[in-house]
Design a binder for this molecule. Sequence first.
Ligand SMILES: Cc1ncc(COP(=O)(O)O)c(C=O)c1O
Length: 325
Amino acid sequence: MNTTAIPTLDDIQAAQRLLALYLPPTPMWSYPSLDAATGARVAVKLENVQPVGAFKVRGGLNLVANLSATDRKRGVVAYSTGNHAQSIAYAAAQLGVPCVIVMPENPNPIKAASVRALGAELVEHGPTFDEASAYAVSLAERRGMYLVSAANDARILAGVATLYVEMLEKQPDLDVIVVPVGSGTGAAAACLVTRALAPGCRVIAVQSSASPAGHDSWQAGHCVTRPNRTRVEGIATGSGFELTQQIMRELLADFVLVLDDDIAAAQRMMLRTAHTLPEGAGAASLAGVLALADELSGLHVGVVCTGGNASEDEIRACLRADRLA
Ligand SMILES: Cc1ncc(COP(=O)(O)O)c(C=O)c1O
């Protein structure tokens, strides 16, 4: 497999066979009160029930399992605000691979504790994802370890794509899938899967207007850097990623920006209507559905609760804001 190329349907199906050894399919449900609140027919895929509480584990397992024997022995270094970190730490623990994770300083304590409990070494560096990623590059070089990209890797994309294969196997007639974007692996994977399996289904991406690099890169037609100020850590990136942008440029139907407060409102809506407590990024696709309510009215829409690793501070702030509203 060419790790820097766009994965093929064969690569995605190979990832599905591999992941079946580790992860059962996640549930997908519809809720009448969510349909009433959105005006669409919404199906929610619950990736927050994965063993690390987020969809990222699919990409992490597929990457680490497909490393060469030499690279497994060298060990891996990954950088992340938390869920990609947990996914690589989880995969490394499953497969007996040494693992170092670099996170921005003061990470979400739930994600940091999980990384440590999985046996990885955790290094905190820099105020944001972008400084942490630069530090991870130098650390991997110094220690002679394999540097795992956050997104520019076909093994990650093929693993993540299995989510959308499962989604379309369960609901082949979806009109639209709405996907949150940080680095863009989810949205790019959804684009590849719909092209192969459901060409009539449109993929729409969502990002916070406080960290719009993915959106602006897509609009500009090349990767750009932007301020990275969202409080929604799962989608807090400051630049576009080459491989995922390349795919989204060709296949993505639309890309919307929402406010952080809209994402918090969508978290509360998911809690009330879908009996699920998402972290901010896990509710961003629902925030996108609400932003596009007129356009999506009456349509069959797939959203992913991509993660459920909200810190206690995040949950308190989210619920307090509701009382103030
Ligand atoms: C819960 C959650 N949702 C969405 C995203 C964004 O995914 P991607 O970086 O693949 O765009 C992330 C990224 O870490 C995440 O953790």
